[in-house]
Ligand binder design. Structure first.
Ligand code: SF4
Ligand code: MG
Length: 334
């Protein structure tokens, strides 16, 4: 069953320097109980997409078109009041640095109680507190009755992220959007938080959108993946296939940048070059200045998103059946 369907989402920011298309005709679907990774470097449009779903991008200089269909309702058409009933209730979000989202002046317990009291009409304070303590236990906070009374600064980074997850799950969360939730944490804590999220996803049959620059995180967590570059999807695929057989040259580059524990090579092979300036987009394929397969056609024409027979999608002329007929000569080395 489809929970979220994003259709032709385009987001433009107007500034004095010009108009920037942060997200360009993005479409994807997310089924109930499934997690989707949205991967890309900074500036790819992945965070902007998540903020649009949460309707946290409203301002006069932002133009959003397309559809964000959640349980059959277009979120972009809701009034601010109607959206407030959904945000923090059936759709919740957690961010990279919990310290910026937590209120330093309130105890963690109080901050978990807040969404419960807002969204669950008629619940008593006593019941909300009980529920908050259960949530602390659920996300693996030791001695939840005591820690309920502690302030964010009294907790470690990993514990704070657990608190954020507890707040996000305080109500009837059907979709959890996590924007780089583990990037600020060390590797062991990172693994624990990802484990916790996977466990909760299963328990609650919840869907997750995991925004990350790290395909390693996607491998741990997500059934499906969308790779973004300069506001566009360049590859859409089940995660296992991306690891077995990445299609887009950019995806191959991202895969080479994942540290391999078995390898003795210290330096990671990053993709040469940088993400282009949004105000000075290259002609043709926006990846062509960094792509070792680039041809004259790539410099002149914009590649469409090709749908393959296996259901995967890729935005690259190499997969234009009319052009080459097959893609057997592309190596997985970037
Ligand atoms: Fe590289 Fe051309 Fe494919 Fe773009 S369309 S990714 S430049 S081969
Ligand atoms: Mg970001």
């Amino acid at each position: 069953m489809t929970l979220l369907k994003v259709e032709d989402l385009t987001i433009q920011f107007k500034s004095r320097q010009g108009v920037v298309k942060a997200v360009d005709n993005l479409s994807f679907e997310l089924a109930k109980g499934i997690s989707l990774g949205i991967v890309g470097e900074s500036g790819s449009g992945k965070s902007v997409t998540s903020l649009a779903i949460m309707r946290l991008l409203q301002n006069a200089n932002t133009e959003i078109t397309g559809k964000i269909d959640f349980e059959g309702v277009d979120l972009l058409k809701l009034s601010p009041d109607e959206m407030r009933k959904i945000r923090g209730n059936s759709v919740s979000m957690i961010f990279q640095e919990p310290m910026t989202s937590l209120n330093p002046l309130h105890t963690c317990g109080k901050q978990i109680m807040e969404p419960i009291l807002i969204h669950q009409k008629g619940i008593s304070k006593q019941e909300a507190k009980k529920r908050a303590i259960e949530l602390l236990r659920l996300v693996g906070i030791p001695s939840p009755e005591q820690r309920f009374h502690e302030y964010p600064h009294q907790m470690s980074g990993g514990m704070r992220q657990r608190i954020m997850i507890a707040i996000a799950l305080a109500c009837d969360t059907k979709l959890l959007i996590a924007d780089e939730p583990t990037t600020a944490l060390d590797v062991t804590i990172q693994a624990q938080i990802l484990d916790l999220m996977s466990k909760l996803k299963k328990q609650r049959d919840m869907s997750i959108i995991m925004i990350t620059h790290d395909l390693g995180v996607v491998k741990e967590m997500c059934e499906n993946v969308v790779v973004m570059y300069t506001g566009q999807i360049v590859e859409k695929s089940p995660t296992d296939l991306v690891f077995k057989d990445p299609l887009h040259p950019y995806t191959k580059g991202l895969l080479n940048a994942i540290p391999k524990i078995s390898s003795k090579v210290e330096r990671l092979e990053a993709i040469p070059g940088t993400v282009p300036d949004a105000l000075r987009m290259p002609t043709g394929c926006s990846f062509h200045p960094r792509c070792k397969y680039a041809t004259e056609r790539c410099k002149a024409e914009k590649p469409p998103l090709y749908k393959r027979e296996d259901g995967r999608e890729v935005r690259c002329f190499i997969y234009d059946a009319g052009e080459k007929g097959d893609d057997g000569n592309v190596t997985n080395e970037y």
